[in-house]
Write a protein that binds this ligand. Structure first.
Ligand SMILES: Nc1ncnc2c1ncn2[C@@H]1O[C@H](COP(=O)(O)OP(=O)(O)O)[C@@H](O)[C@H]1O
Ligand SMILES: [Mg+2]
Length: 243
């Protein structure tokens, strides 16, 4: 007979319940709707201004006395940062779409277990530069895997964990790529995919936001940095508990 979690034999066996955190599939608080912290993600194509706005929102939140953790994907933990290099550096064709999908979720799981879930458990606001919507947009829509394989792997890797709020910075592909190109650096693997790819990624993000309007806020990322920062604050501030 298969062992069930909770059986005495299971507790002595290789499944170590103590390693499960509150948020993961089968974890003690799964199904509990109240999270202690808040998980806010930034999404959008290359050069949309995500990293700029993550830093600005973090400064505002800290100024208001909140415990803030800033992180990014792929990466955000030691293991996930090692996987990041495999994904964002090198030749565009070094992985096929499915290998890419699996690498992204391997990194994401490590990031959640080691960085995000512990921070949420202690009540922090976690700001994350890219998350699962990027995987859906890049591998699902951009690389043409479709939504279903991404959803299936997502379910295995992270269950139904999802952000409280997602800020989608929307910008024309050419404008975003021009900004990203000017930024330089070696993490440019996805910038070398063709314009059609980036067009599908943009449409993918907008489709995701249209499907989940309660979670996602679409913002015009062509506006100036200060005005975008104010628009983001107007969306985030009303949802905050006092620090
Ligand atoms: N609203 C904006 N208007 C003009 N330039 C911007 C704006 N936001 C960011 N930038 C610039 O564009 C480049 C890419 O911004 P970044 O925040 O790194 O984008 P992302 O993280 O989305 O790729 C940077 O050089 C940044 O200074
Ligand atoms: Mg960035």
């Amino acid at each position: 007979m298969p062992l069930r979690i909770g059986d005495a034999a299971c507790k002595r066996g290789p499944i170590r319940l103590g390693e499960r955190t509150a948020w993961e599939p089968g974890g003690p608080r799964l199904g509990c709707s109240r999270m202690r912290g808040q998980f806010i993600t930034f999404e959008g194509g290359e050069g949309a201004g995500k990293s700029t706005q993550v830093a600005r929102l973090a400064a505002r939140l800290r100024g208001a006395g909140h415990d803030v953790v800033v992180t990014r994907e792929p990466g955000g933990s030691v293991g996930a940062d090692q996987i990041r290099a495999l994904l964002v550096e090198g030749e565009p064709g070094r992985w096929d779409a499915i290998a890419e999908l699996l690498l992204v979720f391997a990194a994401r799981r490590d990031h959640l277990r080691r960085t995000v879930w512990p921070a949420l458990d202690r009540g922090a606001i976690v700001l994350c530069d890219r998350f699962t919507d990027s995987t859906m947009a890049y591998q699902g829509y951009g690389r043409g895997l479709g939504r279903e394989p991404v959803d299936r792997v997502r379910h295995v890797a992270i269950g139904d964990f999802h952000p409280d709020t997602t800020l989608l910075l929307d910008i024309a592909v050419e404008v975003g790529l021009a900004r990203a190109g000017a930024r330089g650096g070696k993490e440019s693997r996805f910038e070398h995919f063709d314009a059609d790819f980036h067009g599908r990624v943009r449409e993918g993000f907008l489709d995701i936001a249209a499907r989940e309007p309660n979670r996602c806020v679409v913002l015009d990322a062509t506006q100036g940095m200060d005005s975008l920062e104010a628009a983001i604050w107007a969306r985030v501030a009303p949802r905050l508990a006092s620090p």
